[in-house]
Design a protein around this ligand. Sequence first.
Ligand code: SF4
Length: 352
Amino acid sequence: MTSNSIVHTIPKARNLTVKELNEYDHILVMFSGGKDSVACHLNLLQLGVDQSKIELWHHDIDGREGERLFDWAITRDYCQKYAEAFNVPIYFSWLEGGFEREMTRNNQKKSRTWFEVPNDDGDVYLHSAGGTRGKEATRMKFPQIGADLSTRWCSAYLKIDVATAAIINQERFQNTKTLVITGERGEESANRARYEMFEPDRSDNRNGKRVVRIVDHWRPIRDWKEGRVWAIMAEYKVNPHPAYRLGFGRCSCLFCIFGNADQFETARFISPLQGAKLAELEDKFSEFHGKRVTMKRKDSLHDLYAKGQVYEATKQNPKLVQLANSETFDEPIILNNWTLPNGAYSESCGPT
Ligand code: SF4
C-alpha cells in the first residue's frame, strides 16, 4: 500500500464524532491509571466507539530493571485489572532502567525502550528499540520543575518518547490510521489550556516516501472540569486508584517533582524506603556537582519532608496504605456503591 492509497480525512471539529473515530484502525489511550486517563477511555465507551480498536498503553516510569523510586507499587496491577474488567488489551512500555537510570546518567547514552507487541494470534511479545545511537551525556540531577520539557525531562523521556518509539517501531502501525489519546486538561495549568486538542502525533509520517504512518493525537478532555471526570467515573462505577482515596488530588508518580511539602511527607509516610533513597540521591548529586543540587529550588527533600503534614486520609487508612504498597490490586474495579474519594477536588500540584 502506498501513501496515495490511504484515504484520511482530517476531522474538522475538535470533538471527534463516532464516525470519525471509527475510521481509525487503532485507538491508543495513554493510560497512567489516573482519573484523567480513565475518563479518556470511558469517554470512548460512552461515545459508542468500536471497542475492538481500543488499546490502553501504560508506561512504567521506573522501568523494570532497577528499584522502584518514583512510582506507586500498585499502579501497574491497577492498570492491568482495569483493562481486564473492561476487556480491553493493555500494553506496557518503558525506558530501560527508568527514572533512576536516566537521572543518574553519567557520560552515558540514553538507554533503549522496551514495549509489548501483540501478534495476530493475540500473544504478546517484548521488543526493544534504540539505546545505541545518540550522544553520551551526564545528568546526575532531578528533572527541573517547569513547563519546558527539555529540562523537565521526565515526562518527555519516560512517557512521550517511549510511546513514540513504540509506535514507530511496530509494523502494525504502518499504512494504517492511528489515533493517540492523552488526558491533559486545561484546568490543570495555563500551559495545558493552550495545548491543541487535535494535531498530528510526533510519530506521524503521513508523507513518508518509504514508510507511511498516519498518526493523529487527540486530547478529548482538554476542556473538561474535574467534576466531569468524577461524573464519568461515577457513572461507570470505577474504583479509583488508591492514591485518590489516600487524599491525593492527582495520581501519577507517588513522588512527583511538582508535589508540595504535604504530598512529599505523605509519600514518604507511605513508602519510607523510596523517600529515603530520593533524599540520598539528592545528597549524591550535590556531591557530584560540587554544589547544592536539589529537586526543589528552595528546600532539600529532608527539609520538605520535615515541613509537610501527612494527609489525614492516609494516616487513618493503614489497610489502604498497605494496598498502595502492594503489587496486587485485589479489590474490584467496578464497585456496587461508588463514592467520591477523599482526594477529589483537593490540591493536585501536577505538571504545568
Ligand atoms: S508525574 Fe511528575 S515526576 Fe512523574 S513524570 Fe510526570 S512530572 Fe515527572
